[in-house]
Write a protein that binds this ligand. Sequence first.
Ligand SMILES: Nc1ncnc2c1ncn2[C@@H]1O[C@H](COP(=O)(O)OP(=O)(O)OP(=O)(O)O)[C@@H](O)[C@H]1O
Ligand SMILES: [Mg+2]
Length: 457
Amino acid sequence: MRITVKQQVLLAPATVLILLILLLAFMQYTYWDLSRKRQETKNLGTTFVALAEADMAARRLHLLLRTMQHTGMAPPEDMALVSDLYERLLDAIGRLKPFGSLKGSGQISQLLTLAESLNPTDSPEIEKTAESFARFRAELSALSNMTQIHRNKLRMNHEQDINQLVERAAVVSMSVLILAILLGLFISVYFSRRILNRVQLLSHNAVRIADGKLELPPAPDRIRDELDTLAVSINRMTKRLIQVVGTEKLLEGAEEERRRIAMDLHDQSLSDLSAILRGLRNLSAELSDHKAQAKTESLKLDLERAIVNLRDIMNNLHPQTLDILGLGAAIEAHLEQHCDSEGLPEYHLYIDPSINALNLSRIKQLTLYRIVIEAIQNVIKHAAASRYEVNLEVRKTTLILSVEDNGSGMGEEKESNNGRGLHNIRERARAINATVNWKTSRFSSGTRFELTLPCEA
Ligand SMILES: Nc1ncnc2c1ncn2[C@@H]1O[C@H](COP(=O)(O)OP(=O)(O)OP(=O)(O)O)[C@@H](O)[C@H]1O
Ligand SMILES: [Mg+2]
């Protein structure tokens, strides 16, 4: 089982907290133990005093009763003293508190019952009562002895107990505190190193990707925590980047191939055709036959048209103006050559002069050129517009290319037909990291195609 990053971060404080709670519980127990011992000592003291008082009252009562027994008479003042002493006796016995082995033995309540049965004012037979008192005093003195022994024992042990208790509390709390600190430190160091190692690995992978080394970094099979999510995201980002770079390379390759074909056509086919044209011109000058001359002239015109067409094909394959004058001029040349005829919608072109400051790479310029040509073609083919605008603007470090018409607007069927144009636009834009969208035009009707390309300053 793997612990998540959150759990790893919380483990150290949680452990320290649990140990401190345990320590608190132990201190509470120690305090309770101490209070219990104190209460025991207090009870013993109260009982001891009450027993002494009871013994004194019983002794005096016993004496008085014996005197009355000898004299055979009970004067009223003596009887008042007897009942007062008896009350004191009962009160003292009532104050006895059970301790140690006396708890639950019922000895104290037996003593109380015995004392209640001794009420000398109730009994007319003083002799009998005096005997009972003798028995009661014997019980009282046994109890008193027992209390004295217990008290002495407790007095001896009490100090030792308290010292032990304090010592134990100090040792336990010091040990728990040291353990909590060490354990907290160990856990936090151990887990922070683990987290740091994983973060370092992720940042190392990210730096490698930023440096252009497009190797797929490892990703976990299962996401268990935030760092796993990050690793999977970096892995997916790299995959997409590899794809984009692959497409860009493919495009670059294709453009290079087109350029080579255009050069071959120029260097081979065009020079061959030009040589034939020169030959035809010479031939026409040498011919005296008018009919043959006319035929040669017509062939010459056909050949000139073929040469113009071939130049067009070459330019399409690789627009030379783009290499020489840049993107704006290439678009302008295309519009002038192909979109200026009668019957085609009127166009307006705006090229931001600061576009040159962006220093767009050759592949980016070519891609933008191909995209804008397709967008213009679509306006001419599908929009049934009377006017459209082609804008190339720079906003801070972003290039915005737009083709906006006042035509019929794009219907729902745009994705369902067999055309490749929109698909190619998207693919090309993706390869240079640009975004494209089609929305309603700012004219009263029509479509606005917009491409946004972020450029480094
Ligand atoms: N400016 C526009 N105004 C109106 N509809 C448009 C516009 N641009 C594109 N569309 C619609 O989008 C559809 C798809 O265009 P897309 O360029 O993909 O195909 P296509 O132009 O028909 O064929 P291809 O480009 O392959 O020659 C078109 O058929 C058209 O219905
Ligand atoms: Mg199209």
